[in-house]
Design a protein around this ligand. Sequence first.
Ligand SMILES: Cc1cc2nc3c(=O)[nH]c(=O)nc-3n(C[C@H](O)[C@H](O)[C@H](O)COP(=O)(O)O)c2cc1C
Length: 367
Amino acid sequence: MATDETTGLTSQRKVEHLDIAASGAIEHTRGAGWDDIWLVHDCLPEVDRDAIDLSVTFLGHRLRAPIVIAGMTGGHPRAFEINRRLAVAAERLGIAMGVGSQRAAVEEPSLLSTYTIARETAPGAFLIANVGASQLITQATRPPYTLEQIRALIQAISADALAIHLNFLQEACQPEGDTRARGAAAAIQRICREVPVPVIAKETGAGMSALAALRLRTLGVRALDVGGLGGSNMAMLEARRAERRGDRLRQRLGETFADWGIPTPVAIIEARTAGLPIIATGGIRSGLDAAKAINLGAALVGIARPVLAQAEISADAVIEWLTGFIEELRVAMFLTGSASLADLRMRPRRISGRTAAWLAPAYPAGP
Ligand SMILES: Cc1cc2nc3c(=O)[nH]c(=O)nc-3n(C[C@H](O)[C@H](O)[C@H](O)COP(=O)(O)O)c2cc1C
């Protein structure tokens, strides 16, 4: 069991993450590279804008739009209201939602309500539980979670899926980070076999290669959240936390690795190799970015920091922002003559710049 000290630390970390994310200091400076992806305009679209179908089936569930509010928070009293507001929007708009790492609730059961509020508020939404891969193996200061604990986290929010987050970049830059990783693959394989919901492997900002995606598929995961470079930057998040504490080594590590990772558009193309449904998270900032991600092969897009910023204001602000986002996606579909997301996926594209350079060695004939 965790000590009081580690319990407090997890909760404290959660609130520091919220503060630093709100400050905007962790947005990747160069972006994910969406400007390199060009959807080809159709000057004679054979589709009515208002008849465009944005719905999608993901892991057996119908969503009204291909969006997941990416898992961010829980585990601190302040997170209760944020998760509630996000859940109001998920329920209203018929989209999916993830909660943040449920570690804090394992360490301190009184914090459970900061997660369960999501299910109470969004009884019909596709809800994703969240646990870290590094919590599945023995770390220097604590044992791995048991299967019973993980099943309880899923059950607590009647989750439709479990995301296992892979955040080794962040752990490596974190003062109290868990940096043991041997055995994580075997632990993920066991969880995939033993839990009653599909498992999603979820990177958190450093992306996924084709090889990693294939390995994850062999472990039994049912979907991949590529969590690519280009949006919220977890190394920078930890650098800013370290700076506040005067931890110059961790600050230096976070700043050095701020550019580490596989950009989101590249990660989508790489992960496609595994043939699993893909969630494109990492720097999705508009419905046009979403259209490009879906055209490249994503089933859903994940959005974290932009909706967090709205959730700091109100549930209505989250709904208004997402409604605008959905309209942007609809217009991109209209202008490419796409009546459905399946149509959008088949529309032509051009890839330029850094993204083309990234892809050239692996895809000489184009992705
Ligand atoms: C404040 C904050 C907290 C986060 N906490 C988690 C977490 O607990 N579990 C997780 O899987 N991802 C977490 N993430 C990562 C997001 O789910 C997402 O992958 C990342 O922020 C990239 O998306 P964005 O560029 O739209 O922000 C967090 C992100 C932020 C900004």
